[in-house]
Design a protein. Structure first.
Length: 190
C-alpha cells in the first residue's frame, strides 16, 4: 500500500509538471537516494526523486478494538487497522542548479495547491486508499544534517513532507463465527 500511495503522488505531480512545463522532462520518481549495497548515489543526474524516510504511527486516531464484518452470513473478526503517516524526502540532482530549484518550486506549488487527495477528486487513486493529505515539514539545519547522514548522502536541495493517513489492514480473520442476531435475558424470581 505504501508503494501505491507514493507512486500515485509522483504520477499526479508529474502530470502537474508536464502541464506547467509543456514538456515531459524532469519527472519525479520514487526510489532511494543511495544504493544500499555500494553506498553510491542512486539518484541520476537531472532527476527529482521522492524517497521514504520514516513511517510513523498515527496515535491520535488509533483504534484498539478489532473490526467485525459480516461476510456470507458469518461474522469475521479482523485486527484493528494500523494508521500510519509517511515522512518523505523530495530532492533534486541537476547539472544546472537553477533547474533543480525550478523543479522543487513546481513541486512545492503542486503540493501547496493540492494538499488533500480523495477518490472523489482523483479517480485514479489506488483502491483501499481513502484519503491522503500532504504537509510540508520545517526541518532546521541540524535536523537536515541528521536526515542526510541517516540517508548516507551529502546534502542535496530538498524538502520534507508528511503524507498522512494511510490505513494498513490485515484481511486474514482472527476469528469467525455466527453473528449475534438477538439477545435473550432470563429473569430470575426470588
Amino acid at each position: 500500500m505504501i508503494e501505491l500511495a507514493l507512486k500515485f503522488l509522483s504520477d499526479e505531480a508529474n502530470g502537474f509538471m508536464a502541464r506547467r512545463l509543456g514538456l515531459d522532462l524532469g519527472k519525479l520518481d520514487v526510489g532511494p537516494f543511495v544504493d544500499y549495497t555500494t553506498g553510491a548515489l542512486a539518484i541520476g543526474m537531472d532527476t527529482t526523486r521522492m524517497t521514504l524516510f520514516q513511517i510513523e504511527e498515527e496515535r491520535v486516531m488509533r483504534e484498539q478494538l478489532p473490526v467485525r464484518q459480516i461476510v456470507g452470513g458469518r461474522e469475521l473478526t479482523l485486527p484493528p487497522p494500523l494508521k500510519v503517516n509517511l515522512i518523505v524526502v523530495v530532492s533534486g540532482r541537476f547539472q544546472k542548479y537553477d533547474q533543480c530549484l525550478r523543479q522543487l518550486s513546481l513541486l512545492l506549488t503542486f503540493f501547496q495547491s493540492h494538499p488533500v487527495f480523495t477518490p472523489a477528486d482523483y479517480p485514479g487513486m489506488p483502491a483501499g486508499i481513502e484519503r491522503l493529505s500532504v504537509e510540508l515539514l520545517n526541518y532546521g539545519p541540524e535536523q537536515l544534517n541528521q536526515l542526510w547522514t541517516c540517508i548516507g548522502s551529502k546534502h542535496l536541495p530538498s524538502m520534507v513532507y508528511r503524507v498522512r493517513l494511510l490505513w494498513l489492514q490485515d484481511v486474514e480473520p482472527q476469528g469467525t463465527g455466527q453473528p449475534v442476531t438477538g439477545i435473550q435475558t432470563r429473569m430470575e424470581m426470588r
